[in-house]
Each structure stands twice: as structure tokens, then as C-alpha cells.
Design a protein around this ligand. Structure first.
Ligand SMILES: NC(=O)c1ccc[n+]([C@@H]2O[C@H](COP(=O)([O-])OP(=O)(O)OC[C@H]3O[C@@H](n4cnc5c(N)ncnc54)[C@H](OP(=O)(O)O)[C@@H]3O)[C@@H](O)[C@H]2O)c1
Length: 261
């Protein structure tokens, strides 16, 4: 990454992004500045590694990528003290959910890009959707997120809510399905503890399969041999489009909520 990065907000997502950047050497500690409101052991540890935490505002570089990782409700007041430091050579990269590109651009002269990552970026295995309207924004998103996430470049900002519902909310939905499977296992006579371990193991196995080649359909096909035990269950899941219908309604609810924020 050729530019220094200034991160505003070192909470759950901000700290996950920093962990990903440093462990993948996307950024050198000296090229990262964190502007945080509260002190924390994690911030002190980063400072000891050479990350600059809350430096003198006069030392903020003019050509930085500003990463906004504060809550959407407080973002305007959070950026207010820094507005004058975000010059036209800077890039503003927002990871805030539900704040549009045009809203984010209002206080700044710099180009803006939206990236919606998951906290899997901490392990360099996140998924992120991006949308920008100019090449400098895209360049910043690619440089900072390709090393830590599978970066999906959307074809329009109006796709951001659907992308968030599938990738951001999706892990909770998949975990909820595993929870239901554990309950079903219990109903079949497994102890609660065994059912829970088995359901977690099933999720881990599914995740391991994802590292292989092929479409999701092919991956399912490799587990479910024709006429076998798995296929018998899949027939029930797919009956009358029940699973697709449930997934469609679940996604719609998440998209509706995102649009109402
Ligand atoms: N968590 C996720 O998985 C996820 C995924 C996609 C997008 N996002 C987006 O990422 C953003 C952050 O979410 P989060 O889950 O990381 O929230 P969070 O854990 O509450 O983190 C927000 C951080 O912002 C800090 N902050 C608030 N006002 C500030 C200010 N004026 N100056 C500097 N720092 C300030 C907070 O500090 P204090 O602790 O002092 O309040 C906190 O550390 C949100 O916009 C959210 O929509 C999150």
C-alpha cells in the first residue's frame, strides 16, 4: 500500500481489520495511524509495535486513506474534528453499514469508497463487498482489502444491502441452521452436548469443503451420493422450494432493515 492509512474507530471491526493488515503485511505499523476515543490494552500493544495512536493532528499525512469504522449513528460528529485534515489528495474509505456513498462524501473534498467486510478479515479470510465511483477509491479498496478478504466488486451501490445480507448476515443464518440441526439431533436421542459438537463439526467440515474446487452445487453433490442418506434429507430441504423460499424471505428482511437504517 503506497499511502498511509488513518483508521477512525478501533472497535470490533476496526481492530479486526488492523489485525488482518498487520498479519498479512499489507501495512507496516509505521504506515498506520489510529484515532481512538478510549485507551485499551490492544491499542497500547499496537503502539508498542510502532502504530501511531492519536498522534498530534499536525502530523496527519495529507494523502492518507481515511478508514471510517465508527458506528453509523455517530459518524458525523466523529469525523467533524478531522474534516480539515482530509484534503483532496486523501481517499475516504467507509466500512459503515447503511451510510450511502453520497452521504459519506458530503463533509469531504476527497473521493469516497464503501467497503463492507466481515470480521474474518482478522485472519485474512474475510469477505468484503465494495463500491466506488472513481478509480482512486477502487484502488484503495483493492490495495487494503484484497490481501485480507475475497473482495467482491459490486456493479452498483444499490447491490450493497443484498451483498451485506448474504455475506455479512449469512454466517449468523448458517449458524442458526446448525443450531436447528443440533436440536433435531437431540430429538433423535443425542445428548445436547454431543449434538452441539456434531453440528459444529458439520459446519467446520462444510467450511473445509469450500477450500476445494467447484460450484456449491458440485460440492453438495460430492457429499450426497445418489439415493443415499444425505440426499434423503436434501429432498426434504428442497421440497416445494421451501429452503429457497425461507432464504429469500430471510434475505429480504435483512435488506429491508438495512434500507430502513
Ligand atoms: N462488526 C461487524 O462485523 C461489522 C461488519 C460490517 C460493518 N460494520 C460497521 O463498522 C462500524 C463499526 O462497527 P463495530 O462493530 O466495530 O462497532 P464498535 O465495536 O462499537 O466500534 C466502534 C468504535 O468507534 C469508536 N468511536 C466512537 N466514536 C469515536 C470517535 N469520535 N473517535 C474515534 N473513535 C470513536 C468507539 O469507541 P468507544 O469504545 O470509545 O465508544 C468504538 O471503538 C459500524 O459502522 C458498522 O456498521 C461492522
Amino acid at each position: 500500500m503506497g499511502r498511509p492509512v488513518i483508521l477512525l474507530g478501533h472497535g470490533r471491526l476496526g481492530s479486526a481489520i488492523v489485525e488482518g493488515w498487520l498479519s498479512t503485511h499489507t501495512l507496516r505499523p509505521a504506515d498506520l495511524i489510529i484515532l481512538a476515543r478510549s485507551d485499551s490494552p490492544a491499542l497500547r500493544a499496537l503502539a508498542a509495535r510502532g502504530v501511531r495512536v492519536n498522534p498530534d493532528p499536525a502530523d496527519l499525512p495529507a494523502d492518507a486513506v481515511w478508514v471510517l469504522a465508527v458506528k453509523p449513528k455517530v459518524w458525523r460528529e466523529a469525523v467533524e474534528p478531522w474534516r480539515a485534515h482530509v484534503g483532496p489528495q486523501a481517499v475516504v474509505l467507509s466500512v459503515m453499514a447503511g451510510v450511502s456513498l453520497s452521504q459519506t462524501a458530503e463533509p469531504f473534498e476527497a473521493p469516497v469508497v464503501r467497503v463492507m467486510p466481515t470480521t474474518g478479515v482478522a485472519q485474512g479470510r474475510g469477505i468484503a463487498s465494495a463500491w466506488a465511483e472513481d478509480e482512486r477509491g477502487w484502488a484503495a479498496a483493492r490495495a487494503l482489502f484484497r490481501p485480507i478478504a475475497d473482495l467482491v466488486e459490486l456493479s452498483g451501490e444499490d447491490r450493497m444491502d443484498a451483498a451485506t445480507a448474504v455475506a455479512g448476515c449469512g454466517p449468523a443464518y448458517v449458524l442458526a441452521l446448525a443450531q436447528s440441526m443440533a436440536r433435531a439431533g437431540e430429538a433423535q436421542g443425542l445428548t445436547a452436548e454431543d449434538a452441539d459438537r456434531l453440528a459444529r463439526g458439520a459446519l467446520r467440515s462444510a467450511a473445509a469443503v469450500l477450500d476445494g474446487e467447484g460450484s456449491l452445487d458440485e460440492m453438495i453433490g460430492r457429499i450426497a451420493s445418489p439415493g443415499g442418506v444425505t440426499e434423503a434429507g436434501l429432498r426434504v430441504l428442497a421440497a416445494d422450494g421451501a429452503l429457497d423460499d425461507l432464504a429469500a424471505r430471510t434475505t429480504q428482511a435483512a435488506v429491508d432493515k438495512a434500507r430502513a437504517v
